[in-house]
Design a protein around this ligand. Structure first.
Ligand code: IFM
Length: 467
């Protein structure tokens, strides 16, 4: 952990082009609570979080930050911060409690009320269809390891678009399929909590296929702003020893290229295909799949938090790898300050990443759909939340984005993670990422100093004279 007294340089506002989108992001299971109301079905995260030993101190999203009922207050906060956009996800099991078939109108009505509230406050909704909460009924039928789930996802996309397509312009299919596939099926850190390389490879391909099918379905219904969000972690070898260089190649392959390249080029990287086949966990590609996965997009969502340095070594038995066939690769502890997640802070790597993605996907606009940091925040006696570390992280990463733009990356937006403190998955409520503090005992919201600094950047950006 670090502290900083440096004042944020608000002139950063002027380094972003007119019309740049500034927002904040959340996800359904992390904030909504209300898991048993209005006919919502169970999701794999209900099951996982209620399984003893899976999450920090058994924390669940049952209550979360009660956004399901408090959303008018939360939208008012967004307006107070001056956000031009809000990225949120729809809970599949609220809309289709069994994952397919019967539609629950009350679930759709909630999202319609939320969207109307956003529009009334001048906040542009950016909707993500899937942020990790697969309906349990579909998991029981095989989950993402089953090809059929991809088709069910496209059906779900149509249902949601049918209800909200007249109000929502920006549609994203998946959030971070790498996490769903590999954390969910390889290391088991996330729902459904499996440790099975074959299932992990199958889930990878079916998530990407589901993305392609859903994109086609959205296009057929007239969507003109379609995207997907991927999470990237730059991988650097710890030394120039060939085995460390190859370890970095392998992890970069599965973390970054295995998801990006099929979407933007219509091909999986050959080295990754070979690695997975060598590990006995091939990608279950059928004829025509890659053309579906490469359905043209209007933007690519980029989530970035930290970079990683890797080498060949012995993993502690309690730290199973998230990567297929990479039991011999370790990720080093970061040098320098870390956030409470234990993640290092590397804004320079963010600039390099945005330029690398631009090279891989020329002509495709990028949107930073998540970036942020967790710290130990508390409400001070003066009633404020002083979080200089988060402000510092935020401004250094905004600077990194603006540097990438100046160097030619076509970045159109930035969404801070997260609007609110919330349920950080297996890490529970112990990790606070919000621009807005939530007291979990009272559900009281307090805008943190970082939120106020971000609001000031947005205000200056709005008022900047167009050149
Ligand atoms: O909280 C998560 C989010 O759900 C997905 N991206 C990373 C965030 C921080 O871990």
């Amino acid at each position: 952990m670090t502290t900083t007294d440096a004042r944020p340089d608000l002139a950063i506002a002027l380094r972003f082009p007119p019309g740049f989108t500034f927002g904040a992001a959340t996800a359904a299971y992390q904030i909504e609570g209300a898991v048993d109301v209005d006919g919502r079905g169970r999701s794999i995260w209900d099951t996982f979080s209620h399984t003893p030993g899976r999450t920090f101190q058994g924390h669940t999203g049952d209550v979360a930050v009660e956004h399901y009922t408090r959303f008018p207050q939360d939208v008012a906060l967004m307006a107070e911060l001056g956000l031009s956009a809000y990225r949120f996800s729809v809970a599949w099991a609220r809309v289709l409690p069994e994952g397919a078939g019967r539609v629950e109108q009350r679930g759709l009505d909630f999202y319609r009320r939320l969207v109307d509230e956003l529009l009334d406050h001048g906040v542009d909704p950016w909707l993500t269809l899937y942020h990790w909460d697969l309906p349990q009924a579909l998991q029981d039928a095989g989950g993402w390891a089953a090809r059929d789930t991809a088709a069910r996802f496209a059906d779900y996309a149509e249902v949601v678009h049918g209800a909200l397509g007249d109000r929502v312009r920006h549609w994203s299919t998946l959030n971070e399929p790498m996490c769903s596939a590999l954390l969910g099926h390889m290391s088991g850190q996330h729902a459904p909590g499996e440790r099975d390389a074959v299932a992990a490879a199958r889930a990878t391909h079916h998530l990407l296929l589901g993305h392609g099918l859903a994109t086609q379905a959205l296009r057929a219904r007239g969507v003109e702003s379609a995207g997907v969000t991927l999470n990237f972690t730059p991988m650097t070898p710890a030394s120039d020893r060939p085995e460390d260089v190859d370890a970095a190649r392998r992890l970069d392959g599965q973390q970054n290229r295995m998801f990006l390249l099929p979407i933007v080029t219509g091909e999986y990287p050959a080295d990754v295909v070979a690695d997975l086949e060598g590990a006995g966990a091939p990608l279950p590609v059928e004829d025509g799949d890659l053309a579906v996965i490469a359905a043209p997009l209007d933007w690519l969502g980029v989530n970035y938090y930290f970079e990683s340095t890797v080498q060949v070594g012995v993993r502690p038995p309690d730290r199973p790898t998230s990567f297929i066939g990479a039991e011999d690769v370790v990720e080093l502890e970061p040098e320098g300050p870390t956030t409470t997640m234990g993640w290092g802070i590397s804004p320079e790597a963010f600039t390099r990443l945005l330029l690398w993605i631009s090279d891989q996907a020329p002509g495709l606009p990028l949107v930073v759909t998540e970036n942020g940091s967790a710290w130990e925040d508390e409400v001070s006696d003066d009633g404020a939340v002083h979080d200089p570390e988060r402000t510092d992280y935020l401004f250094r990463h905004l600077e990194a984005v603006s540097t990438a733009i100046a160097a030619g990356a076509d970045v159109r937006g930035y969404f801070a993670w997260s609007l609110l403190d919330n349920y950080e998955w297996a890490r529970g409520y112990a990790q606070r990422f919000g621009l807005v503090h939530v007291d979990y005992a009272t559900q009281r919201r307090t805008v943190k100093d970082s939120g106020r600094a971000y609001a000031e950047v947005l205000r200056r950006h709005r008022q900047a004279p167009e050149v």
